[in-house]
Write a protein that binds this ligand. Structure first.
Ligand SMILES: C[S@@+](CC[C@H](N)C(=O)[O-])C[C@H]1O[C@@H](n2cnc3c(N)ncnc32)[C@H](O)[C@@H]1O
Length: 189
């Protein structure tokens, strides 16, 4: 994945903090100390949350990032490769509209209701997903998918989907619904 950014708006953006074990987000300062100033190009071959690749972009390095998991790949496309495309209020209205194809987009509600999400939240994820392809630009589509993925991992304690107690933890952590988390991420982009 090659970076193509053409302006420097991204310098002022704050990376949306990943909340799972193993993310290098909190170690970015330490990692940066070991990147030689003379290095023009850096490669994060296993980009994960993309927080390190994004830092490299902010440091002015030509940044190549990669990850074979689709959601991580979309975060890289949205935040590292993306030249300067953002989501407009028309785009977000489109994403927050009702499910455009409930027959095809119901996986979250049918599989994960009362496991990781309430029915309302799962249905919201399905309807948001159903509208992503209506965005007319691949970077916008990746931004939308990145926002939704980050909202969902924020909702589930430490971003781990390998246990069945997510809703119990959420009850005590008083996190807002996925829909509100997505809105707050869109506002901070
Ligand atoms: C420990 S995570 C990276 C964490 C990342 N440094 C961060 O701070 O978020 C490792 C990543 O490598 C990716 N990965 C593993 N094997 C890979 C492969 N053969 N090709 C591309 N990506 C791979 C995984 O999908 C995962 O996201």
């Amino acid at each position: 994945m090659k970076d193509l950014f053409s302006d420097n708006n991204y310098l002022g953006y704050r990376f949306p903090e990943p909340q799972y074990l193993g993310a290098k987000f909190i170690h970015r300062g330490w990692i940066a100390k070991y990147i030689p100033e003379s290095a023009d190009t850096v490669l994060d071959a296993f980009g994960g949350s993309q927080s390190v690749a994004y830092m490299m972009k902010q440091l002015g390095k030509r940044t190549l990032t990669n990850d074979f998991m689709s959601f991580n790949n979309h975060i890289g496309k949205a935040l590292v490769e993306n030249p300067s495309i953002t989501l407009s209020s028309e785009d977000t209205n489109l994403l927050f509209a009702e499910n455009s194809n409930p027959e095809a987009f119901n996986l979250m509600e049918s599989l994960f209701t009362d496991l990781f999400f309430t029915r309302e939240e799962a249905a919201f994820a399905d309807s948001f997903r159903s509208n992503v392809s209506k965005l007319d630009n691949p970077y916008k589509q990746s931004l939308a998918l990145a926002v939704m993925c980050r909202s969902m991992t924020r909702k589930v304690t430490m971003g781990h989907f390998a246990h069945t107690q997510a809703l119990n933890y959420v009850a005590v952590s008083l996190l807002p619904p996925c829909c509100s988390l997505a809105v707050s991420l869109l506002v901070s982009c």
